[in-house]
Design a protein around this ligand. Structure first.
Ligand SMILES: [Zn+2]
Length: 172
């Protein structure tokens, strides 16, 4: 009885450390992305918050990133949310945030996220599409009055010139 309790406790401790190791690795990669892309905001991560609830606060110049583990959300797709929030950070740094209305800022952050993904060698357009698929399937999200419709958000990928030329299927 006592031995099995100890074994169970040991297993629980190993599990906690394993989870912490994953979280730390995720924190490191998020911090690296933020730095690499020139955003000077402070970064706070939350292991108990879904990535979908991530946000940037211009008042505090801080990024709040949900890092809750979700098997249906691969890290590179989750990073598209981080890149969207970095987009808001860069909007503050370059002054865009003061000249656009709310929906335009959100769509601009979507476009920036795809551009940034391509600028670091990722397939931004595909990742952005996978992100919207995930958000739609997981939360039934179809857009909202502050961010634009999901179709408008997906369409921002076409404006990401870093990813051009747009991939065209070869004719058989
Ligand atoms: Zn946003």
């Amino acid at each position: 009885m006592k031995r099995s309790f100890i074994a169970l406790t040991a297993a629980a401790i190993v599990l906690v450390f394993a989870t912490a190791a994953v979280a730390n690795h995720r924190d490191e990669s998020i911090n690296a992305l933020v730095k690499q892309l020139g955003c000077e905001a402070d970064v706070f991560t939350f292991d108990n918050v879904t990535a979908a609830r991530s946000a940037f606060s211009p008042m505090n110049n801080s990024l709040y990133i949900g890092t809750e583990d979700d098997p249906s959300l691969p890290a590179e797709v989750a990073d598209m949310i981080v890149l969207h929030e970095i987009g808001h950070c860069l909007q503050l740094q370059d002054g865009t945030i003061f000249v656009m209305d709310e929906v335009s800022l959100e769509l601009d952050a979507d476009r920036r996220s795809v551009d940034m993904a391509c600028s670091i060698g990722r397939d931004g357009r595909s990742l952005q599409f996978l992100l919207w698929k995930w958000v739609n399937e997981k939360f039934g999200y179809v857009g909202d009055s502050k961010h634009g419709t999901i179709a408008e958000r997906i369409a921002q990928a076409d404006l990401a010139t870093t990813c051009s030329p747009r991939h065209v299927e070869p004719q058989a």
